[in-house]
Design a protein. Structure first.
Length: 194
């Protein structure tokens, strides 16, 4: 396996020469960061550029390995997550957790994709009963989400084909147990980009 320095350079080469992040940082900035051995900065900017420019799965595989070598566990999980989205599509929603007084969770959970709650997305069993589906959950722009809080989240269903009927505006329910633990409104559904 190549070292982090080499992988960062290879990932940059997968981007258009004029690629830039929303904040104005460019491929040239990443190349400079790499030469200055600012590898964590280069990794962060590459992730930001990929928010604007579609990238192949190989890009995310390289960045996952870079983050692993640099022992940046949250960044590694994020790059793995984004690679999963390239293959399976992206579902984003605004999630509001019920408060503890409403029967919701008792404490905050880590928002880094490890939680796998059940979701009522409208599917039913053959006999008409509620059929819950599992999806990992990533909280955008926050390390955790607590009772009564609202955040934009990304969902990674274990069976993506069962979620294909969802559209922006649809409301789904998160369950940790009975009753519901939160309510989410779908804000974006993107197809796979492989």
């Amino acid at each position: 396996m190549d070292d982090a320095f080499t992988l960062l350079r290879q990932a940059v080469d997968l981007l258009p020469k004029d690629a830039a992040a929303e904040n104005g940082q460019t491929v040239g900035d990443v190349r400079r960061d790499i030469e200055l051995h600012e590898w964590e900065m280069a990794l962060d900017v590459l992730v930001e550029i990929s928010d604007v420019h579609p990238v192949p799965i190989a890009f995310w595989e390289m960045l996952t390995e870079v983050a692993r070598q640099m022992m940046l566990d949250r960044s590694r999980r994020w790059c793995e997550w984004r690679g999963w989205e390239v293959k399976h599509g992206t579902i984003r929603a605004t999630l509001t957790l019920l408060g503890t007084d409403e029967g919701g969770r008792q404490r905050a959970f880590s928002g880094d994709g490890r939680l796998r709650p059940l979701w009522d997305i409208g599917n039913r069993t053959a006999d008409g009963q509620q059929d819950l589906n599992i999806a990992r959950l990533w909280v955008e722009f926050a390390p955790q989400l607590g009772p009564g809080e609202t955040a934009v989240v990304r969902l990674a269903p274990l069976q993506p084909e069962q979620w294909q009927h969802l559209n922006p505006g649809d409301v789904i329910t998160m369950h940790g147990a009975q009753p519901a633990a939160g309510i989410a409104e779908i804000i974006e559904v993107l197809p796979p980009r492989v």
